[in-house]
Every structure is written in C-alpha cells, then in structure tokens.
Write a protein that binds this ligand. Structure first.
Ligand code: DC
Length: 210
C-alpha cells in the first residue's frame, strides 16, 4: 500500500498539490478536511448544538458520505457547495476537535486507503496519526500573508485582513487542540510554498517519492 500524506495549515496549497500529485502518480485522492466538514454540515442541518459531543458523535457514526474529487453528498443531500460555506467553515474546527469524532473519521480514512491500496491523502494528522508509516509525508506550509492572499483570491476577492483573521483563528484551534493537533509529523518533509509555483511544488513532491 502506497500512501502519500500531505498535511499543513489552511491555504498552504494542500488541495491543489494533493490532487495534482494524485493525478501524476495515478493514485486515488482523499480530502479528509471535507469529511470533517461533512460532519459539521450534517450536525448543523440537524439543528444540533455543537457543544453536545454525544449528539455530534452519533451524527459522525451514522454519516452516509459519498465523497469524490468533484462532489460531496451527505446523507443523500448534495453538500458540495455548502461544506465550503461560511457556516460550515466556522463550525468545523469545533467538530474536528472532538476525539471520538476523529476516531470515527480516522477509521474511515484507513479503510478508504486499504480499499484502494493507497492514495494521496490530505489533512492535518495524516502523517502523524492516520498513516505514520506513509511512503511519503509532506508538511506543506506558506507564510501567513501568502496563505491569506490565496484564500481571499479563492473566495472571489474577499477582504484579505478578514480572511487572515479567520485563518489565524482556525490555525490556532487546529494546532492547540488536544486531540491530534496539527504538527509536523516525525519524518515529514517540510515544503514552504510561499515562493513556489504549483508546478514546482508538485514536481518536488513527486521527485521525493521517486
Ligand atoms: O482542510 P480544511 O480546511 O477543509 O479542513 C477543515 C477543518 O477540519 C479544519 O478545521 C481542520 C480540520 N481537519 C482536521 O482536523 N484533520 C484533518 N485530517 C483534516 C481537517
């Protein structure tokens, strides 16, 4: 089984790079952040109080999730756009901080890789928790300023300062939480993408595997 783990903070280029690496290597691709977003979406849709950990866990455990590169269907509802929306983006770090929810997602992620004999997986804890023995572990990063600029551009020219504040808040929650915080996994290669083009990053990552 060949797993390529790509972890890093929001806006570091993970999704773009992970998709391109998967395509080059002819491997499957999994966006594990979308899985936590799907749980948040289902919890919000059910009107749950996100502080009710047991209720959120029940949602996670019974989640019917159809996720691929271009769509995300949650309990039969097309949530492709909604999982990227403000409401879910604001709620997701609370959901992702719940240890039991993480345990459920990690189990699904391992099963996903087993079923495909590996793949490119992006997230926050792939190299540290999900697949510590991955063939290649990348920690993708970029300066805060560059990450905020990228996210603002993605969002169609939103105010960079507001985006920067939101990114900072999410990074803080993701890195400070007790359950599987965002860390540079042991044995990971740190790639700072601030001054690199996508093609340069992809070439570099593919080169590291060969
Ligand atoms: O990568 P993203 O922005 O779509 O991730 C959404 C949230 O899920 C973010 O708060 C980090 C969290 N996450 C996580 O805790 N573990 C993962 N493997 C992937 C994402």
């Amino acid at each position: 089984m060949q797993v390529v783990a790509i972890d890093g903070p929001a806006g570091s280029g993970k999704s773009t790079v992970a998709k391109a690496v998967a395509q080059r290597l002819n491997l499957a691709y999994l966006d594990t952040g979308a899985m936590y977003r799907a749980v948040a979406f289902a919890a919000l849709s059910g009107g749950l109080n996100l502080d009710d950990a047991d209720a959120v866990l029940a949602v996670a455990q019974t989640l019917d999730l159809q996720l691929d590169q271009s769509s995300c269907v949650v309990n039969g509802v097309d949530a492709t756009e909604a999982i990227r929306g403000t409401e879910v983006t604001q709620a997701v770090s609370v959901v992702a901080a719940l240890p039991a929810v993480r345990a459920e997602m990690v189990q699904r992620q391992r099963q996903w890789a087993q079923d495909r004999n590996g793949g490119v997986m992006e997230g926050r804890d792939i190299g540290s928790v999900v697949f510590p023995d991955a063939a290649l572990k990348i920690y993708l990063t970029a300066s805060e300023e560059v990450r905020a600029q990228r996210r603002a551009a993605e969002a169609g020219g939103e105010d960079v300062a507001a985006v920067a504040a939101d990114l900072g808040r999410r990074d803080e929650v993701d890195s400070q939480r007790k359950a599987s915080p965002l860390v540079e996994a042991e044995g990971s290669v740190v790639v700072d993408t601030s001054a690199m083009t996508i093609d340069q990053v992809v070439d570099h990552v593919v080169g590291l595997l060969k």
